[in-house]
Structure formats: C-alpha cells, structure tokens
Design a protein around this ligand. Structure first.
Ligand code: ATP
Length: 217
C-alpha cells in the first residue's frame, strides 16, 4: 500500500513568488499531496550570478514554506558544492521514499524545454510530472514532448496515488503571469512588491536591501 504522494518543486527562487506558490498550493489541494518540498537549486559560481546568495534564497524559501501548511524546505541541492541534475535528485528521493509517489512540479515552460534536460527520458522512471499552466507558454508541444504525453498523460488523479511514477498531469491551475526576473525588475525600479510574494519574504527583501535600485539610477 503506497503512502499519499508528495510534491517536489525545484527552482532558483531568486526570489520565491506567487507564480511558484499558487500552482503548488493548488496541486497540493487538487491532487491530495501529503507534502510539498521546495528545493532551491545550487547555482554554479561561474553562471550568470543569482542576485542573492544561497543563504538568502534559502531564507526566503523557508519563510514562504512556514506560511503554508504541508510545505517544507529540502536543502539537499544547496548542500552540494556543484549543481545536481534533476534525474539524480529524483533517483535519490525515490530510494529514500520507497512507498511514496513523488510528483515533480514544473511550469509549462519547463515541460516545453524538457528534451534539453539531462537524461530527461528517465525522469518518469522515478517520479510523476505535474505541469502548471504559465502565461506566455502555450501547450504547443514539440514532437518529443507530444509523444511523451501520448504515452504518459493521465486525467485520473488516482494514477498519481496508485503508482509511484510514470504519469504526467497537466494542471488546470489559475495562470499567474509573474517571473522572478519581472519581480526583480520591479524591485530594482523601486516599486512595491506587495501581493506578488509572501509578506514575510517582502519584509526580508526590504530589511536586507535586496534587488535594490542601483545607486546610479
Ligand atoms: P527567473 O525569472 O529568474 O528565470 P522563475 O520565476 O521562472 O525565475 P524559477 O525559479 O526558474 O522561477 O522556476 C522554478 C519552477 O517554477 C519552474 O518549474 C517554473 O516553470 C515554475 N514557475 C515559475 N514561475 C511560474 C509561474 N508564474 N507559473 C507557473 N510556474 C512557474
């Protein structure tokens, strides 16, 4: 007998915002997820720098999780000193949780780009995929994604409970047109971010003077 499925949401979370949180809350409730784990990604030092440190991104994710029943933070990717592939994280989780279906949550932009992910065809061997609609990304699936969906898409929630992996669920969530890029631009322009992210996260950003207008403006 399997336990109730859990959700995993990986992201840069620079910063975490309602475009991450609303679809995750709706997935928790619509799919009966026992837990949603927020998993901040490690960002390699040589890549386009995140605007905040790992500690600051983690602190903001923890503040967001604390407000939401069932939400927890999973620090595993930050604790490694190199980026981890999603496939490795999913294999690790499925070994740790042998009786629990794992639903990997992602936005439509991520599904459309899935064929560029490392060992993407193996992801469904270790988890389900739960995809949220995202304005700006239409479900015009490239061939490889269309054929993945033809084989794995389900419209029966029970499939996510009765199997540990192997199904794709396209959610009917309220689309939220917000990205962290847009939010950073708004903050850098000195605008009030209220209602676009949790109030404790907005307070944290203000206290730590993150994403501020540059002095030359
Ligand atoms: P950035 O603008 O810095 O690229 P982002 O807002 O797109 O950031 P990420 O941390 O890259 O956020 O995203 C993590 C996950 O959350 C991805 O699967 C992404 O598809 C999803 N996501 C982010 N914003 C939304 C949104 N508005 N609606 C649905 N899914 C979203």
């Amino acid at each position: 007998m399997l336990k109730a499925p859990i959700g995993i949401l990986g992201g840069t979370f620079d910063p975490i915002h309602i475009g991450h949180l609303r679809p995750a809350i709706e997935a928790r409730d619509a799919l009966g997820l026992a837990e949603v784990r927020l998993l901040p990604n490690h960002i390699p030092p040589h890549r386009a720098n995140p605007f905040c440190s790992s500690e600051q991104r983690l602190a903001m994710v923890a503040l967001a999780a604390a407000e939401n029943p069932g939400f927890v933070v999973d620090e595993r990717e930050l604790q490694r000193d190199k980026p981890s592939w999603t496939i490795d994280t999913l294999i690790e989780l499925s070994q740790e949780l042998p009786d629990t279906p794992v639903c990997f949550l992602m936005g439509m932009d991520s599904l459309l780009g899935l064929p560029s992910w490392h060992r993407w065809q193996e992801l469904l061997d270790h988890a389900h995929l739960v995809v949220s609609k995202r304005p700006g990304w239409q479900p015009d699936y490239p061939g490889e994604v269309a054929s993945l969906l033809a084989r794995h898409q389900t419209r029966d929630v029970q499939d996510l409970h009765q199997h540990r992996q192997g199904h794709v669920w396209i959610a009917d969530n309220l689309p939220i047109e917000l990205s962290a890029t847009r939010l950073r631009a708004l903050l850098a322009a000195g605008q009030d971010p209220r209602y676009l992210l949790p109030a404790p996260v907005a307070d944290y950003i203000r206290r730590h003077r993150l994403y501020q207008p540059s002095p030359s403006r």
